[in-house]
Design a protein around this ligand. Structure first.
Ligand code: G6P
Length: 606
């Protein structure tokens, strides 16, 4: 890797020694390069002059730019998957990334179960599939502030638009920042990899830290949770500093358009930054924003249904299903988290039982989550007392309306339970995507599918419309009740008609498509050098993300050159177009100047 200044020098030398050029100004030196970024091409300064005639973008260049060499990816998140099929996954992030890392040969850096003294050590890389996982012992002194405090008591409720659940402390924020520093320091060991993909709200400032450490390969961030409206972000202490640090990423990925729009609205309100074609230009350069709705692996779900369970799991699943023999049941599977709306769901479930006793049971699986956070302890009590109330009101010696399980199940066991359930109830108050909704659909029998009752505030509701799922407001138990009743009585034909398009969508954009899509978008920020074009261009080097800007500039330039110099007004208008398209092009070029570049071998300059 070389810095651009050295590269320019090398390229200039190569050009002058091989082309026999004698005039100094025919080669592009650093001074000329810098000047070109600041001003419109000198040839254009005099309207009516000949203007530059070099071609800006050729097909050959586009080919060079489109080449996709093997990528060496680094994935960074707080939680990493257990990489053990018999162990349950905790949350959508780990479930989603496990197959990606195993297939892509990525290095996955995250947190271990242990705490350390904050001393940096070499990355503890362990092989898994084609990839590696490195579990870090995060600094003990800062862990409470980082995980329990700022991540899960401040950011998490704010991101889910639940300010009443928030607590804030400056001390937590400092622990959060220091832990991000520590993780960045550890990641420095793999600085020579090509792309850095950071996940979730625990690590919002990590991209800025990597950048400060001199890791200037493309870094992207994907948010698994929702992004709220600006007034919610304002509840977060130091939100301006945090938000600024997110602009150090090259690419910001969101689950839905709503999240992306909310993020852009903050930039507009607080920084006066406009997003043009989902690109934000700052003094650092460009940050691109894009929606990447996370999916699942439907084939793996089909495999789970086909494979045998371990005897212990089989026993666990069979004894649960015995409770529902000969009757209908709905299933809810959530981490025990107040954003999941389990209490309102239980309340909603109570209502059909009043009008139609024994019509349906609920299997609610809710493994404990973040049990050391006070709000989670309180919520567990709220949910359990709501369940006890419903069971006391409607239960008999031989029948319980709600079966509640607090332990975890493997994905394979869950697949069986989803398949057997007549209704899937996914009613979070807010959710980034909610993969349970997609897993429930994927596990259904195509000839006799169940019905999905889905919160309109889950990201999945941007994928599944009201002709497919039964969409409800999760804050209103009576809406949930009506949907459960409707689902219970829905005729087979309607169930199939609703289920088929949901399944088609799941199959047409899987977790692998999601990852490939994100990675190829992030890769566009990698600098690829069209060596021959560099000498013609005189404006800097390009990468794929910037090609449309070159295209616009080239088109404006051609138009300018074609205008008859005698027509002063038209010439001036064409000049204005050239100027504005050049300015759009100049900003990202400034940014790429500071980056490390993978250069072609010197011979290719000849
Ligand atoms: C959500 C978050 C993930 C997190 C998961 C489980 O899905 O988006 O980042 O890993 O919850 O939470 P936990 O705190 O147990 O990792």
């Amino acid at each position: 890797m070389v810095r651009i200044r050295d590269a320019l020098y090398m390229a200039a030398l190569a050009y002058s020694s091989t082309s026999g050029a004698t005039q100094q100004d025919e080669t592009i030196n650093q001074h000329a390069f810098d000047q070109r970024l600041d001003e419109i091409s000198p040839e254009l300064d005099e309207p009516g002059g000949a203007g530059p005639t070099h071609s800006i973008v050729s097909d050959e260049v586009a080919d060079v730019v489109n080449q996709q060499p093997d990528l060496k990816l680094v994935v960074i998140s707080n939680r990493v998957a257990p990489f053990d099929p018999s162990k349950p996954q905790t949350g959508g992030l780990a479930a989603g990334l496990e197959p990606v890392v195993q297939r892509s040969g990525a290095v996955w850096v995250g947190s271990s179960e242990n705490r350390g003294d904050g001393t940096e050590r070499p990355l503890p890389l362990v092989e898994t599939g084609a990839g590696f996982v490195a579990r870090l012992d995060l600094p003990a002194a800062d862990h409470a502030g980082y995980y329990r405090g700022f991540s899960n008591s401040t950011l998490w409720p704010a991101l889910h638009s639940l300010p009443d659940r928030m607590s804030v402390s400056e001390h937590d924020y400092e622990g959060y920042q220091r832990t991000n520093d520590f993780i960045a320091g550890a990641v420095f060991d793999v600085r020579d990899r090509d792309l850095f993909w950071v996940h979730d709200y625990h690590l919002l400032p990590l991209g800025a830290r990597l950048y400060e450490l001199g890791i200037d390969r493309p870094t992207g961030f994907f948010l698994h949770t929702p992004w709220p409206a600006p007034d919610m972000v304002e509840y977060v202490p130091n939100h301006r500093e945090l938000m600024k640090s997110t602009l150090k990423y090259d690419l910001l990925g969101f689950q839905t358009n709503r999240d992306l729009n909310n993020y852009s609205a903050y930039l507009r309100t607080h920084f006066g930054l406009e997003t043009t074609d989902v690109v934000v230009t700052t003094e650092r350069g460009q940050t691109r924003l894009k929606k990447f709705p996370i999916g699942i692996d439907p084939k793996q779900f089909a495999d789970y249904l086909a494979a045998d369970l371990s005897p212990a799991e089989q026993e666990k699943v069979s004894s649960l299903l015995q409770n529902f023999e000969g009757s209908k049941f709905a299933i809810g599977v959530d981490r025990l988290d107040y954003t999941k709306g389990i209490d309102k769901r239980v309340e909603g479930f109570n209502q059909p039982l009043r009008t139609e006793p024994h019509s349906i049971s609920l299997l609610q699986i809710a493994p404990s989550s973040r049990a050391d956070v006070e709000q989670y302890q309180k919520y567990r009590e709220e949910v359990e007392s709501a369940i006890n109330r419903v069971n006391a009101e409607h239960g008999t010696d031989r029948w319980s309306p709600i079966h509640y399980k607090n332990d975890s199940f493997s994905q394979a066991a869950l697949a069986r339970l989803y398949r057997a359930a007549h209704v899937g109830v996914v009613t979070p108050l807010r959710d980034g995507m909610n993969l349970v909704a997609k897993e429930y659909v994927a596990a259904q029998d195509p000839k006799n599918p169940g019905v999905l009752v889905l919160s309109k505030f889950a990201g999945a509701a941007e994928d599944f419309n009201e002709n497919e799922a039964l969409l409800v407001d999760p804050n209103h138990p009576e809406e949930i009740a009506a949907a459960i009743s409707r689902a219970t009585h829905m005729p087979l034909e309607e169930r199939v008609t609703r289920w088929r398009p949901m399944m088609d969508k799941i199959e047409s954009y899987t977790i692998h498509d999601w990852a490939a899509d994100y990675i190829s978008e992030l890769d566009k920020s990698r600098v690829t050098v069209p060596a021959d074009q560099f000498l013609h261009l005189g404006l800097g080097w390009t990468n794929e993300a910037q090609m449309p800007l070159y295209q616009n500039y080239a088109t404006a330039l051609t138009a300018f050159n074609e205008v008859d110099p005698a027509d002063a007004a038209l010439k001036e208008a064409a000049y204005a177009d050239v100027k504005s398209s050049f300015e759009a092009l100049a900003a990202p070029l400034m940014h790429t100047q500071d980056r490390l570049w993978v250069l072609p071998a010197p011979e290719s300059f000849a």
